[in-house]
Design a protein around this ligand. Structure first.
Ligand SMILES: CSCCC(=O)C(=O)COP(=O)(O)O
Ligand SMILES: [Mg+2]
Length: 216
């Protein structure tokens, strides 16, 4: 493998951190944040209004409750979370085995990338302010839903082109079968992680054994 592309929620990071810490923080601060940052949030509210919703703030809060992976909500969440990370209200949860695995793969010369529904800004915040410190030096790049939906093969093909690595030399990691299937359809290797142990290919990053191709 020349590159690893990883999902965040359920893969590097617990679902409960995202749902119970990040989403709750965004929900509690959304209205106040929009009121305090009218210029930055205006394009987001306009995008929501364009879907036919008459009350964009209420819609965004409802979308949090519904766990909608839609780009305007994800962009706004990333903006709101910045204050939480910077003030030290929380740090980004990353499983110990994921931290160790990412460090191991990086040391072996494998390029690491993220593909998450969370915005690129939110991804950098989570790994930059993680429980294990700043992990961003490990990563070579970040992708979010502005590249394409995570359940569509075309998104993975686009990422392979963008990072200039053949699909068959990329390993994608995710806890979502539909994402694993889409990546495989695009020709990537992909492993389903199931931290509850039952239905996945692996239960943690400790189970990943890589053949690393180094350039001579
Ligand atoms: C980037 S941290 C916030 C995660 C998030 O908002 C989310 O929706 C996670 O989705 P994923 O694609 O990483 O499962
Ligand atoms: Mg996930």
């Amino acid at each position: 493998m020349r590159a690893i592309l990883t999902d965040i929620e359920g893969t590097t990071t617990s679902i409960s951190f995202v749902a119970d810490v990040l989403f709750i923080h965004a929900r509690e601060h959304l209205a106040e944040y929009v009121a305090a940052h009218p210029e930055e949030t205006a394009p987001i509210l306009a995008e929501v209004a364009a879907t036919g919703e008459s009350d964009p703030v209420a819609t965004l809060i409802r979308w949090i409750d519904e766990d909608r992976k839609v780009t305007p909500l994800k962009t706004l969440q990333g903006m709101i979370w910045a204050d939480g990370y910077i003030s030290g209200a929380f740090t980004g949860h990353v499983y110990d085995d994921a931290v160790a695995g990412l460090r191991r793969f990086h040391a072996a010369g494998v390029a690491l990338y993220v593909f998450s529904s969370g915005s690129v800004a939110a991804q950098k915040l989570l790994f930059g302010h993680s429980d294990a410190g700043d992990l961003t030096p490990l990563f070579s790049g970040y992708f979010d839903t502005t590249t394409g939906p995570k359940r569509e093969a075309a998104s993975y093909a686009a990422i392979a082109r963008e990072i200039d690595v053949p699909p068959e030399e990329i390993l994608f990691l995710s806890d979502t079968p539909e994402e694993v299937g889409a990546a495989q359809k695009a020709g990537l290797n992909a492993l389903l992680i199931d931290r509850e142990r039952g239905r996945g290919d692996i239960a943690s990053f400790d189970d990943i054994k890589l053949t690393v191709h180094t350039v001579q």
